[in-house]
Design a protein around this ligand. Structure first.
Ligand code: PMP
Length: 446
């Protein structure tokens, strides 16, 4: 069956499935109706609005399972959009947080956990000689860009189409533009929503496009403070760097005296203890971490060389924040990192093994249904695409059959499997072989 034909059909009987979910999730629906009266859009982060049939309300999570307010239990591959590397409510993190909570949630001042977590980051992240903390990925990316401007005394930065670096105006461009908007904007960065400042320091190139990067540097190299990228493009299709592409970025940034910044908000502590830089063996000048770093609590970190981070150390580059480095989140980070590091990072071997079984099983199961399907990504984070060709850039995944994937998600929900709306699947250390087999059986039944 071609992708075009599939758009016309109700392949997963999503209409029937959606009605069944509505019936099973009446408590969520009534809460959602109440929430929209006071909470803008009924959700706390824009993307959550896209959930079908409506945003669910959850009562609790344990390990790989999450339970909604109506008592429906789902095997969770959304994992709160990535942070829950140890699954829901891991005892070791809970205990660390509770024990800290009894001694205070924040001091606005120094404490031992700051040193202990900094030392751990330095020991496992290749580019980390010094680190600094903030609360979200969005914030920490801004620290990285400011440092790059300060070091190079240049104002522009190169980002790639499809890459997401948080919701600040400066970076919220060309994240997932439609074909029409790409055509309308030409080479200019495409803003995502209303109210964003018109001028922007981003220069945008397609992912894996060496020639595009070369050409841009040749024309404007003296203006480019840094190249920022998701070293594996997780936000738009889990598209890995092409052979030698990260090496190329390392080389060209050095050639033009720009910095290379890896945004490891997703890949950090997910592809391994050393993040994508450890996995691919390329060391950037700066790298950002959040999500999995604190196993579900809000913490972000920037890691870099003594020389670059020295500008923060000296106070020449401003980095501040009331809740930065609070002991509650650092207690969670310490417990998370120590758990992930146990037995020489053995948990990652398991995550990769289970991730591969799940990914291959899904691919085979969907192919048996004569669906066009390819997958991308690595072990603990991967993406399912309903298309024939493996995408190498954001544009190559634009033909993705969104409606079909969305129908697939609704059908899975009806079968007790929770996935993100955009095709990305996350695995946690709490998932078991049994979870995977149950999920693959659910796919068989669709
Ligand atoms: N960078 C990347 C690569 C991300 O995936 C995200 C969040 N999805 C961010 C930055 C922003 O992080 P936060 O949502 O914590 O602000």
């Amino acid at each position: 069956m071609s992708t075009a034909d599939l758009t016309q059909t109700d392949f997963f009987r999503a209409g029937v499935r959606e009605n069944r979910v509505r019936d099973k999730a009446a408590g969520s629906l009534s809460r959602y109706r109440r929430a929209v009266q006071t909470l803008a859009g009924g959700v706390s982060s824009g993307l959550r609005r896209s959930a079908r049939p409506f945003p669910l309300y959850f009562a609790g999570g344990a390990g790989s399972q999450i339970t909604d307010v109506d008592g429906n239990v789902y095997t969770d591959y959304a994992l709160a959009w990535g942070p829950l590397i140890l699954g829901h409510a891991p005892a070791v993190v809970n205990e660390a947080v509770l024990s800290q909570l009894r001694r205070g949630s924040t001091y606005g001042a120094q404490h031992d956990l700051e040193i202990e977590v900094s030392e751990r980051l330095r020991s496992c992240i290749p580019c980390a000689k010094q680190v600094c903390f903030a609360n979200s990925g969005t914030e920490i990316v801004q620290v990285a860009l400011r440092l790059a401007r300060a070091v190079t005394r240049r104002s522009k930065f190169l980002k790639f189409e499809g890459h997401y670096h948080g919701w600040d105006d400066s970076v919220l461009v060309s994240t997932q533009p439609s074909r029409e908007r790409i055509a309308n904007y030409g080479a200019a960065p495409v803003p995502v929503g209303m109210g964003q400042r018109p001028g922007c320091d981003a220069l945008v190139v397609e992912w894996n496009d060496r020639m595009g990067v070369e050409t841009l540097f040749a024309a404007r190299g003296k203006e480019i403070s840094c190249v920022i990228c998701e070293p594996m493009l997780c936000n738009s299709g889990c598209i890995p760097p092409g052979d030698g592409f990260l090496e190329f970025l390392r080389e060209i940034t050095q050639r033009y005296r720009s910095l290379l910044v890896f945004d490891e908000v997703i890949t950090g502590f997910r592809l391994g203890l050393g993040g994508a830089q450890g996995y691919y063996g390329i060391t950037p000048d700066l790298a950002t971490f959040a999500k999995a770093l604190a196993g579900g609590l809000p913490l972000s970190a920037l890691a870099g060389s003594d020389e670059v981070m020295g500008l923060i150390a000296s106070g020449k580059v401003v980095h501040s924040g009331t809740l930065n480095g609070n002991p509650l989140c650092l207690a969670a980070a310490k417990a998370t990192i120590d758990t992930l590091a146990e037995a020489d990072g053995a948990v990652y071997k398991r995550l990769w093994r289970l991730g591969t079984i799940l990914r291959q099983g899904l691919e085979e199961g969907l192919r048996r249904k004569h669906l066009p399907v390819v997958t991308t990504g690595s072990g603990p984070v991967f993406q399912i695409h309903f298309q024939e060709h493996v995408p190498r850039t954001y544009r190559e995944m634009l033909p993705i059959n969104n409606k079909l994937y969305s129908d697939f998600g609704v059908a899975l929900l009806d079968e007790g499997v929770l996935v993100l709306p955009d095709g990305r699947w996350y695995l946690s250390a709490a998932h078991t072989e049994n979870d995977i087999q149950k999920t693959l059986s659910a796919v068989e039944r669709l």
